[in-house]
Design a protein around this ligand. Structure first.
Ligand SMILES: *Cc1c(COP(=O)(O)O)cnc(C)c1O
Length: 400
């Protein structure tokens, strides 16, 4: 029986490999950053990194590392408890308060990751009398979280406000008690910002709540990095924000839900990934708290990030690459063909630029791309280097 299962698993793995979809993890021999040392069979190799979520370049920030060490000394290595038994240290509440204040909400609740925050946020708040209306391009963790709730599930095509309105009408006809619209703030594969003003208008018209997963925005987009609700002027109208400390805010780990008091209070009572999982390691909480403090004041980093974004976009467009339009630091270079995207990534790797190719099933068939991500940690020289590499790799493959 066991052998039978193992044979089956081997066959699945071969299938993944045969389709060119096998993901191989590369080893980084040091900290995350704009330039990283890859550990290879022939020793270390430094590359310019265009594929991390380290938007503000804080992942190796000395003050954050120091704050994590201080928290380690002060609070020990770990809590060995869930929050409600004996796992809440003052540093956890400090991080929750700071997060809530930053995002202009009553309170916030920490999770081990935003994957858990999204996995746990829906089920306690909504039941079979209610409806969750979700953008089709929402992150996997929202899709899973919605599945775990008993609410009626309705979907609208990415950014299609007419379809969203139809779904709201459908929920009304079905007599749903509460309606929640769930959307990513920034859609990570395309770099598009959700049309939150239009979503909030529809929410108001149909009496729905809005929940935004702002993982790809908190810290670097909007005034003081307060994310897409602030960027689009609707921060007072978005009821629930979920986010991560694993991207802009130091890149450590941990997620949160920020919302009004009764929502956070009920999540503390009922959210399963909160109730049945260990509390965040104190060093991670301490480092994230410092990252938040730095991010709030990091207008210089946000300006550099925006300048890099603009320059990289125009240089690649001028060179003849097809880019998806946009303004966020996610800049997808469209190659359409999966094989070509992989070849391009390989050519760039040979030129010292680290990028990731994305193809089906991560993006639709025929929409393969290299997704580049800017970071405030990149220097102008790094950017020049990367632009030159793109031009030469593109010419080598006949893309430009
Ligand atoms: C990265 C990401 C997550 C998961 O966050 P983690 O803290 O890494 O679990 C959830 N939603 C979106 C939109 C993301 O981009």
């Amino acid at each position: 029986m066991t052998a039978h299962l193992l044979d089956h698993l081997k066959a699945v793995l071969s299938e993944i490999d045969a389709e060119g979809l096998y993901k191989r993890e590369r080893l980084i021999a040091g900290p995350q950053g704009a330039r990283i040392d890859l550990a290879t069979e022939r020793g270390r190799r430094t590359v310019v990194n265009l594929c991390s979520n380290n938007y503000l370049g804080l992942a190796d920030h000395p003050e954050i590392v120091a704050a994590a060490k201080t928290a380690l000394d002060e609070f020990g290595f770990g809590c060995a408890s869930v929050r409600f038994i004996c796992g809440t240290q003052t540093i956890h509440r400090a991080l929750e308060h700071a997060t809530a204040r930053y995002l202009g909400k009553d309170d916030a609740i920490l999770f081990a990751a935003c994957f858990d925050a999204n996995g746990g946020v829906f089920e306690p708040l909504l039941d079979e009398q209610d409806a969750i209306i979700s953008d089709t391009l929402n992150h996997a963790s929202i899709i899973d979280g919605v599945r775990l709730s008993k609410a009626r599930r309705l979907r609208f095509a990415n950014g299609d406000m007419n379809e969203l309105e139809d779904r709201l009408k459908e929920a009304n006809s079905a007599g749903c008690r509460f309606k929640l619209i769930a959307t990513d703030g920034v859609f990570s594969m395309d770099g598009y910002v959700a049309d939150l003003p239009a979503i909030c208008d529809l929410a108001d018209r149909y009496g729905a709540l809005v929940m935004v997963d702002d993982c790809h925005a908190t810290g670097h987009l909007g005034p003081s990095g307060r994310g897409t609700p602030a960027l689009t002027g609707v921060d007072q109208r978005v009821e629930i924000v979920t986010g991560t400390f694993g991207k802009s805010l130091g890149g450590g780990m941990g997620g949160f839900v920020a919302a009004s008091q009764p929502i956070v209070d009920l999540l503390r009572q009922r959210a399963r990934p909160y109730l049945f999982s260990n509390s965040l390691a104190p060093a991670v909480a301490g480092g994230s708290l410092k990252a938040l403090e730095i991010a709030e004041k990091a207008d210089d980093r946000r300006q550099r990030l925006a300048a890099h974004t603009k320059r990289f976009r125009s240089a690649l467009s001028e060179a003849g690459f097809e880019l998806l339009p946009g303004t966020t630091p996610i800049i997808p270079v469209m190659l359409h063909d999966a094989r070509l995207a992989q070849d391009m990534a390989k050519e760039l790797d040979g030129r010292g630029v680290y990028v990731a190719g994305f193809f089906f099933p991560v993006v639709p068939k025929g929409r393969a791309r290299i997704r580049t991500q800017m970071s405030a940690g990149l220097t102008d020289q790094d950017l020049d280097f990367a632009i030159d590499a793109f031009k030469s790799a593109g010419r080598a493959l006949g893309v430009v």
